[in-house]
Design a protein around this ligand. Structure first.
Ligand code: HEC
Ligand SMILES: [Cu+2]
Length: 322
């Protein structure tokens, strides 16, 4: 019994994964990979049982020279011909899936750049690039073509509920097509060890109705709604945050860190790891390396009191216009 639990535990774990469940049936590509997986698993079990049964049978039989022709037939067909056809068939099937999921066409294009340890996300909007970060929104039922690359080390882009993973390689572009079939928020992650904060390099893939997606993209394309002389923006610029971060519609145009134009519209903070709220935002700024160890943002432990409050209020106001 213990052994049986041990043997099936990988399947059970797969079922526990929730937002990261690759058996969630949330995407067309995930469904094709799942189909291949079940065929491989059931096929392997059937073949294994057949071989064991044959071995047990052979062990029990008396040696009988008349059986030798049968045995040769069994070895040629069972050991060479059938496996050759089976493995070739599986290879072709796998290659067809691979061709489709790395295809070059889609209804929308999303460029994703793997950074240490967050995601730069660029949509082709009607009026040019729409730059955002750490959250990917997709219209349900449409094929999104991802154009993937990386800044300095190799990452791997993976939304288990929607499909397979794909390497992100500096200086090269890889592609991945995903066709979500269920609305909802699915977990994405980096699946290739990329340094200290690798395990905290996550994102949300939010699948929406097409008209909601269009509204979201239009809101995301708009510059930030910042009042003239906002005291929080002044603190943001004084502290030098704008050297690394951009907020479109303000002076802040730093290219190093995630775009913050609509940071408060994201579901999560810190590349998919914390709930987006004022408390976490304040801690992110003052206890940066307790929140996410080893990242390339300096902590600001001396920011406190009213100054921190104003900065946090300003950041939390960077939402979509109603
Ligand atoms: C030296 C460059 C640098 C400076 C200066 C800097 N940051 Fe960052 N910031 C980063 C990087 C890099 C990340 C991504 C960290 C990660 O998740 O790995 C980040 C992440 C963030 C995030 C999370 C964004 C998201 O999508 O969840 C916020 C919010 C943020 N910074 C605010 C600030 C504020 C406010 C200041 C000034 C007080 C500041 N940053 C100063 C580099 C910087
Ligand atoms: Cu990574």
């Amino acid at each position: 019994m213990r052994n049986a639990v041990f043997l099936i535990s990988p399947l059970l774990l797969g079922g526990c994964a929730g937002r990261h469940n690759w058996l969630a049936g949330a995407g067309a590509e995930a469904a094709r990979i799942e189909q291949l997986f079940w065929v491989l698993l059931i096929g392997a079990v059937v073949i294994w049982c057949t071989i064991i049964a044959a071995a047990v049978y052979a062990n029990r039989r008396q040696v009988d020279p008349k059986l030798e022709r049968q045995a040769r037939w069994f070895i040629i067909w069972g050991g060479a011909v059938i496996p050759t056809f089976l493995v070739s068939g599986l290879l072709i099937w796998g290659m067809v899936i691979l061709r489709d999921i790395t295809s070059d066409s889609g209804d929308i294009t999303v460029r994703v750049d793997g950074e240490r340890w967050w995601w730069r996300v660029i949509y082709d909007g009607p009026d040019g690039d729409v730059v955002t970060a750490n959250e990917i929104r997709l219209p349900v039922g449409q094929t999104a073509l991802f154009r993937l690359t990386a800044d300095d080390v190799i990452h791997s882009f993976w939304v288990p509920a929607l499909g397979g993973k794909m390497d992100m390689i500096p200086g090269r572009e890889t592609t991945l097509a995903l066709t979500p079939q269920k609305t909802g928020s699915w977990g994405g992650l980096c699946a290739e060890f990329c340094g200290g904060a690798h395990a905290l390099m996550r994102f949300d893939a939010v699948v929406m109705e097409p008209e909601d997606f269009d509204a979201w993209l239009a809101a995301e394309a708009a510059p930030a709604q910042v009042a003239e002389g906002d005291p929080g923006l002044a603190i943001f610029l004084e502290e030098g945050c704008g050297a690394c971060h951009s907020i479109r519609g303000t002076q802040a145009a730093g290219p190093v860190g995630p775009d913050l134009t609509h940071v408060a519209a994201r579901e999560r903070l810190g590349a998919g790891i914390y709930a987006m709220n004022a408390d976490n935002m304040a801690r992110w700024i003052t206890e940066t390396h307790e929140m996410k160890p080893g990242i390339d943002m300096p902590p600001y432990p001396d920011l406190d009191g009213a100054r921190l409050d104003r900065l946090v209020t300003f950041l939390m106001s960077l939402d979509h216009a109603e």
